[in-house]
Write a protein that binds this ligand. Structure first.
Ligand code: GLU
Length: 484
């Protein structure tokens, strides 16, 4: 029977959404979209110490920013809710009840000290894995009496004696065999009644009719245990797809040492959501082995599990910057103008009011900067000279471009020449300055740099002549005079 695809992304809100988690979310989302299935978002908040509402809010914000919409989950609900594990304790209790009845769960009264003694003995002996199943051998009357007496206990899974090896047929990694001898009667519910991760996750995946579990391969080792729980619940086992970790360029697992790792940090560092989405999607998946620009829409129609690579992916921020630049340049100018506004406002250069009063003027800025831009954070520094009444000259730039007598007298002559121009357009300005350089016998570059530093404050700016046009003649002449 083929069931309609239902996948889930189940972050633990113990921190921000990082790019590894974001990639998992993207693959689940894209798989659901490409198969006409359902993308469920579930919050695995069972770690009370480290889970916070702010982290959950930040995760939801990051997903939305990336353009990932969920069909069921927090804030929108759905037929299988609630979608936070802390609100689902009655489901875990009910599932445990069923397992008690069918004999696949049993209480264990061994104390922590007992278990420690057993572990030490096991290490010294044949080294058999896990709990020695002492309590599984108790007779039913004893068990009933001890439960009746309220003796502290956990609940363990009774791994069927004849279960045999567990084979995980992973959509990414192929078959992995976990030997039966390595399967212990692990804990399902703790002494205080709270479920363990391997139990709660399976109860949720079963309740929510999840058909495919797509997640990081740090969970591969949990999979055989989870399969045993699905079987104990009499539920079908979903198909698993475990994604390889993301590595830094140095071949180590990606971590804070490699710089920004949270989605919001990438946002703040000037990456566009569509570029980050594209980049992360290709970090372990490919459309055809060569296409690098894959839009959200293409992803949502063409994603498939069989094109996920099992090799670790290497995170390369330069490639991401390149991709960001591609998206910037492909954007219609009016949209780009609108999307650069928040960066200008945040830098204190302008207001939204001003923008909507004269949008055409802002549109003229677009070709000036979009050509070489890699990150949106570069916009405000590049355009600052157009917004301030007076500019501060960067001392290093002054040293480089204005410290010689030659440069200063050329700059003075440029001021005179520009004052006389009949029209104020890039072409005319360029011709005038080139002619001037020639008649003065200075290199054009020296003259242009002097004018650039005097009018923009820096040796790097958008194209000079276009910049002067936007700055206007009065401001240009005033800045040249002030620099001199
Ligand atoms: N909450 C788990 C995590 O964030 C989810 C694991 C799973 O997808 O089963 O790692």
């Amino acid at each position: 029977m083929t069931r309609p695809t239902r996948v889930r992304f189940a972050p633990s809100p113990t921190g921000a959404l990082h790019i590894g988690g974001a990639r998992t979310a993207i693959y689940n989302w894209a798989f659901a979209r490409a198969t006409g299935g359902t993308f469920v978002l579930r919050i695995d908040d069972t770690d009370p110490e480290r889970s916070t509402a702010e982290n959950t809010a930040q995760i939801l914000r990051s997903l939305r920013w990336l353009g990932l919409d969920w069909d069921e989950g927090p804030e929108i609900g759905g037929p299988f809710g609630p979608y936070s594990q802390t609100e689902r304790s009655d489901r875990y209790a009910a599932a445990l009840e069923r397992m008690k009845v069918n004999g696949s769960a049993y209480p264990c009264f061994c104390s922590a000290a007992d278990l420690e003694t057993k572990r030490t003995a096991a290490r010294a002996g044949d080294g058999a894995a896990g709990y020695d199943r002492t309590c599984r051998r108790l007779d039913p009357d004893t068990v009933a009496a001890r439960l009746q007496a309220g003796e502290p206990h956990v609940w363990r899974l009774a791994v069927p004696a004849d279960r045999g090896d567990i084979v995980v047929d992973d959509a990414v990694r192929g078959e992995t065999v976990f030997p039966a001898s390595a399967m212990d009667d692990f804990v399902l519910a703790r002494t205080d009644g709270t479920p363990t991760y391997n139990f709660a996750t399976v109860v949720d995946d079963a309740d929510m009719e999840i058909t495919h579990v797509v997640r990081g391969d740090d969970h591969l080792s949990n999979t055989p245990r989870q399969i045993l729980v699905f079987e104990a619940l009499g539920h079908f086992v979903p198909r698993f797809a475990h994604l390889s970790m993301i590595w830094g360029a140095d071949g180590k697992k990606l971590s804070k040492r490699h710089g920004a790792t949270s989605v919001e940090a990438f946002r703040d560092e000037g990456f566009l959501p569509e570029a980050l989405l594209n980049y992360l999607a290709l970090l372990g998946w490919s459309l055809d082995g060569e296409t690098t620009i894959v839009s959200r829409d293409v992803l949502a129609s063409a994603f498939s599990l069989d094109r996920i690579s099992k090799n670790p992916a290497i995170f390369d921020v330069e490639k991401l910057e390149w991709m960001n630049g591609v998206y910037i340049r492909e954007m219609p100018p009016a949209e780009f103008a609108e999307r650069m506004l928040p960066w200008l406002v945040e830098a204190g250069l302008t207001t939204a009011d001003d923008f909507y009063r004269r949008p055409e003027w802002y549109m003229t800025l677009v070709p000036l900067i979009s050509e070489r831009l890699k990150r949106m954070t570069e916009i405000a520094p590049a355009l600052r000279f157009l917004f301030a009444d007076a500019i501060e000259l960067d001392p290093a730039a002054v040293e480089k471009a204005l410290s010689s007598d030659e440069a200063r007298s050329a700059l003075a002559a440029a001021g005179d020449a520009l004052r006389e121009l009949r029209s104020w357009d890039a072409e005319t300005i360029q011709t005038a300055l080139r002619d001037l350089a020639e008649s003065l016998g200075v290199k054009p570059k020296v003259l242009f740099q002097a004018v650039r530093v005097a009018t923009t404050g820096s040796t790097v700016s958008p194209p000079l002549f276009e910049s002067l046009v936007l700055l206007g003649r009065d401001a240009t002449l005033a800045r040249i005079a002030a620099a001199l």
